[in-house]
Write a protein that binds this ligand. Structure first.
Ligand code: ZN
Length: 131
């Protein structure tokens, strides 16, 4: 089973939790044992699994990536001025996979699934594939 989650990000660079939305798709799929792939269909956004209880962590992701990939010094900036956004997204990757058991994501207690917007605000589409 496959569904799209469509969302509008609000900032240039932010972390948006998607755990509840993904869990709803997984519950609907009624898979006994399987996997759930979460994939973002864009070159300047990424999907991560990490700490989702502390909003400070989301701020840290933004700050750390800004230190790793400063703005305005990349070849791609000559094309459309968002080289740092592409590098951040490529570094994190466009997808994550989570095991599923009895219709539930087997995430750890402190793990959540999040979209990382690297060049917003934009409309984004995330594919959730459960099988
Ligand atoms: Zn670009």
């Amino acid at each position: 089973m496959q569904q799209s989650i469509r969302l509008r990000t609000r900032k240039k660079f932010e972390v948006v939790d998607l755990t509840r939305e993904v869990a709803a798709v997984v519950a609907e799929a009624r898979v006994d044992e399987g996997i759930c792939t979460v994939f973002v269909r864009h070159a300047t956004a990424a999907v991560i699994i990490n700490e989702n209880a502390d909003p400070g962590f989301r701020t840290d992701v933004v700050a750390a990536l800004d230190k790793l990939f400063p703005e305005g010094v990349w070849e791609h900036d000559k094309v459309d001025d968002n080289g740092a956004a592409h590098l951040k997204a490529a570094f994190l990757g466009p997808s994550e996979t989570v095991p599923v058991r009895q219709g539930q994501l087997l995430l750890g207690t402190w793990q959540g699934i999040a979209l990382v917007e690297c060049d917003g605000p934009r409309e984004r589409e995330v594919i959730v594939d459960v099988r």
